[in-house]
Design a binder for this molecule. Structure first.
Ligand SMILES: Cc1ncc(COP(=O)(O)O)c(C=O)c1O
Length: 446
């Protein structure tokens, strides 16, 4: 190891309690990223890796984008912070207008949060505030879905359905939440794109309405494509069916587009890709190319108007907000990202690259260690056959792939692959080749 590389290891790894990490394993075998440029990362041993998951679905425009860095720097020099309650600055309004040009139909009102988790909490609270404003205070239940991920705050965890995330905290979850079944059926093995079967799973919501009273349900929240569990794609007709049931019972439909938003499916949002318009939509991650934390909730005009009109003039209409709601540095990054989306026609780029990426991903099917592959747009999941206890294969395989020079996120027994939209075909080839090597090495290791 060169002296330069040794110096990149901090004096002590002990004090930092790392998030979603096997802390004890990491501290024995650190993986420190020191540089990021374009589609590549470099670690503390000087090894180059290709970024196959856009960080955590965050950086579709590639790392180290000069335009964003310059915009942030300029903003910080001019106005570094202003408090966002009862005052503001021009940029956040300009950004809201630009975001609303991409959101479907009349989802034109934009509320800023800090991240995806706070976007979800905000969406849930807006749903309650809306029903209250309409005099429907009895609508308090939320419906989520098994295997759903909606962040790590208490509301999002309650509607989420990833069991390891909630086990320890079950005693403090929100009451009254119901979970629909997930949509990954045995016959969906190695299906590319939307499966043909399973739309009827949406009828779980209808059953909840029959059993608990649709008039008591405030909102149903789903990720159009479940991302964090490894790309569970909605069966054809499923989201349409959910929409219909929500309409029949006055239930708000919330799409959590923290991952699928901003082009990941090939359209601006999965809502447009699948032709289903929710009432409320969350986004985060790619909003700033992952560089500055920011969450966004887009809301139908009617919801905003209802909440506004229910409050007397001159008072705060909804008691909710964050110190970092739409702060200048995040807004500057997001505006620069909007410019790049337009200038480089990024969503079209993602749509055009998708078939090549999916073909590459599915070419790995012959590897014995692989139990299943799913993919849509620029996101895919690879299920790895566990060697011992289920739930460990993803991490073991991640480490073998990391050593082979390809970086991504793993969850349970699944590898999550979500390349940057600025990838060229040669980068996709490199990702697939290195995945093949890494997964094969995982399979060979004792
Ligand atoms: C669909 C979805 N919602 C919410 C979140 C939480 O976002 P954050 O980690 O920014 O709080 C995530 C994060 O991966 C997500 O995938």
């Amino acid at each position: 190891m060169s002296t330069e590389n040794i110096s990149k290891i901090p004096n002590s790894l002990n004090e930092h309690w790392m998030p979603f990490t096997s802390n004890r394993e990491f501290k024995q075998n650190p993986r420190l990223i020191t540089d990021a440029k374009g589609v590549y990362l470099k670690d503390h041993l000087g090894r180059t890796q290709i970024d196959a998951s856009s960080g955590l679905f965050c950086n579709p425009l590639g790392h180290g984008r000069k335009e964003i860095i310059e915009a942030i720097t300029k903003q910080l020099e001019k106005l570094d912070y202003c408090q966002p309650f009862n005052q503001g600055f021009g940029g956040s309004f300009e950004l809201a207008t630009r975001i609303s040009k991409h959101t479907p139909e009349d989802l034109n009102k934009i509320f800023y949060t800090i991240c995806g988790s706070t976007a979800v909490e905000t969406a849930l609270k807006i749903a309650i505030a809306y029903h209250k404003a309409k005099g429907h205070g009895h609508k308090y239940r939320f419906v989520g879905r098994e295997k759903g991920y909606h962040g790590m705050n208490l509301g999002g965890m309650s509607v989420g359905g990833m069991i390891n995330n909630v086990k320890t905290f079950a005693s403090v979850l929100m009451p009254g939440v119901l979970h629909m079944r997930h949509t990954m059926l045995p016959e969906h093995k190695f299906v590319k794109g939307q499966p043909d079967t399973g739309a009827e799973l949406a009828d779980d919501l209808e059953r909840f309405c029959a059993n608990f009273g649709g008039e008591n349900i405030a909102a149903c929240i789903v990720e159009p494509i479940s991302g964090s569990v490894g790309t569970i794609i909605p069966p054809k007709g499923y989201l349409q069916r959910l929409r219909k049931i929500c309409d029949n019972h006055g239930i708000l439909l919330i799409f959590d587009e923290v991952i699928t938003g901003w082009g990941r499916t090939g359209s601006a949002f999965a809502a447009q890709e699948f032709g289903v318009t929710p009432d409320i939509m969350t986004m985060a991650k790619a909003t700033t190319n992952g560089i500055v934390p920011m969450g966004v909730v887009a809301v139908k005009d009617e919801i905003y108007d209802t909440v506004m009109n229910a409050a007397p003039e001159g008072v705060i209409e909804m008691f909710h907000g964050y110190t970092y709601s739409g702060i200048p540095v995040a807004v500057a990054a997001a505006l620069a990202v909007q410019d790049i989306f337009e200038k480089e026609d990024i969503f079209t780029k993602a749509k055009e690259l998708s078939p090549y990426f999916l073909d590459g991903l599915f070419s790995l099917k012959d590897l014995d260690a692989i139990a299943n592959i799913r993919g849509y747009g620029m996101m895919g999941g690879i299920d790895i056959k566990p060697k011992d206890k289920p739930g460990k294969a993803g991490f073991q395989c991640f480490k073998a792939c990391y050593d082979a020079g390809v970086n991504f996120k793993a969850t349970g027994d699944t590898l999550i692959i979500a390349p940057q939209f600025v990838c060229e075909k040669k980068h996709i080839d490199e990702i697939i080749e290195k995945l093949r090597v890494g997964i094969s090495n995982y399979a060979k290791a004792a």
